[in-house]
Write a protein that binds this ligand. Sequence first.
Ligand SMILES: C[S@@+](CC[C@H](N)C(=O)[O-])C[C@H]1O[C@@H](n2cnc3c(N)ncnc32)[C@H](O)[C@@H]1O
Length: 309
Amino acid sequence: MEYNHFPVLFNAVIEGLDIKPDGVYVDGTLGGGGHSSGILGKLTTGKLIVNDFDIDAIEHAKEIFATQLDKITFIHDDYKNLCNNLIESGINEVDGILLDLGVSSYQIDNPERGFSYIKDGPLDMRMNSEQKKSAFEVVNEYSEEELSRILFEYGEERYSRRIANAIVKEREKEKINSTLKLASIIAKTFPAKDRYKFGNPAKRTFQAIRIEVNGELDGLYDFICKIALMLKKGGRMCVITFHSLEDRIVKRAFAELEKDCICDKKLPVCVCNKRKEVEILTKKPIFGKEEATINKRSESAKLRIIKRV
Ligand SMILES: C[S@@+](CC[C@H](N)C(=O)[O-])C[C@H]1O[C@@H](n2cnc3c(N)ncnc32)[C@H](O)[C@@H]1O
């Protein structure tokens, strides 16, 4: 399957990173390499570290960047391990970091990866195929209460209880093992008048299961707070999110990094030693809505940018 992924908010990201030709940049979520290609285009003697826990993304990038391998370091790991991985590679500070969170179009559009509620495939949804837990396990083994909570929290699905109950009833008859089977169970739980009111009825449930399978929100806050401190003074970090749960975490982490002394104002001297570490450059996020006519995935995208002080 061809690796198609149109980079979201490409110009805003490249501008936001304020790339220095001799700088060191990190793309924590390589995907189809669209943003990485833009970064590489601005480097002369600089270096780019690309990271993805999907081996297909790494293999694809090795092909498309074959003539520039001297500038690139590939890391096949969870981006949450980036701080250690960078330090182990002898890199203690960087000029820019990009995180373009979530799944790539390649992963969504490839039915074999099991993310699609339109095309049939195995109930998988792992971005990292080496990981053990897949959507099959979540759908067939989680308790009804757990399923309902995940659908409500991660999918903001108003019919979470009904759907969880329908899944449990169906799996008592036989295991649910394909994406279209799950999608049809979900569709039937909706009252006919509401079924297509907010798009495909399976959309929110699939998003929720995907977030659970890939632990998309786990450790994100701590990771951002930690890796931002690896930026050189003036260095930039860009983060693109695709749903409000992720965006809230990014916003909160950036706000924490920007805070100066958090001592009680009544204290005569500072005892907390908290200092402003970054400046938030996007008081409001940059929205992808405008480019949604050429790239559907941009519709819900939000970009936030900080600069190390
Ligand atoms: C939206 S795509 C990135 C697209 C990329 N910016 C481009 O221009 O093609 C997100 C990528 O991040 C990867 N990813 C998501 N979570 C990850 C994690 N925790 N660790 C490493 N890679 C992750 C996915 O496998 C996917 O390839």
